[in-house]
Write a new protein. Structure first.
Length: 183
């Protein structure tokens, strides 16, 4: 299953990649974690509603496959564990689904980034980590990680519905359900 070529192609993420990753996550989480999780059947009519039913309750899945390599340099957060949470999503969830839980499925193949902005290359090891939190727990994790907002330069003039900013935090500040770190 290949990811959309552009991060700003919201339609490709919502119509193709998202539903496939949600089904794959549900199958994996049911078998490996033994949790009661399934795709939200309401997404057939509304692709923008929450992704999952986790123990019968609303949950949204954040599939993280690309490390935020610059997170340590820019915000002091280890890129091995840095995740983002869209500001726009937080606002929408609070309004429509205040009791929703957010599931972060973080899986990195490993990799490095060298940049003239950093004194030495940044390395991220292969890892799979799944963490979950309520909106209040995600907000606390954001605050505890330094309350860092990242504005997306490529989305300044975006009219496709993409979030223009996200909050960065260390995903380990949430409840970790699964962590495989082959280091």
């Amino acid at each position: 299953m290949s990811r959309p070529a552009r991060n700003e192609d919201k339609q490709a993420w919502c119509d193709e990649y998202g539903p496939k990753t949600e089904r794959k996550f549900c199958d994996w989480a049911t078998q490996v974690l033994g949790v009661d999780v399934m795709p939200n059947p309401a997404k057939d009519q509304d692709p923008y509603t929450f992704d999952l039913l986790y123990d019968g309750k609303p949950a949204d899945l954040k599939t993280v496959r690309t490390p935020f390599f610059m997170s340590e340099h820019l915000y002091g957060i280890d890129p091995q564990f840095a995740v983002t949470f869209n500001h726009k999503d937080g606002q929408r969830y609070r309004e429509h689904y205040p009791s929703i839980r957010i599931v972060f499925d973080v899986k990195f193949d490993g990799g490095s980034l060298a940049s003239s902005a950093m004194p030495e290359p940044v390395h991220v090891q292969p890892m799979h980590l799944v963490a979950i939190g309520t909106l209040d727990e995600v907000s606390r994790a954001i605050t505890d990680s330094g309350f860092h907002r990242h504005d997306y330069q490529a989305r300044v003039n975006d009219t496709g519905g993409n979030a223009k900013a996200s909050w960065l935090f260390d995903v380990r500040k949430l409840t970790v359900l699964h962590h495989v770190d082959p280091r």
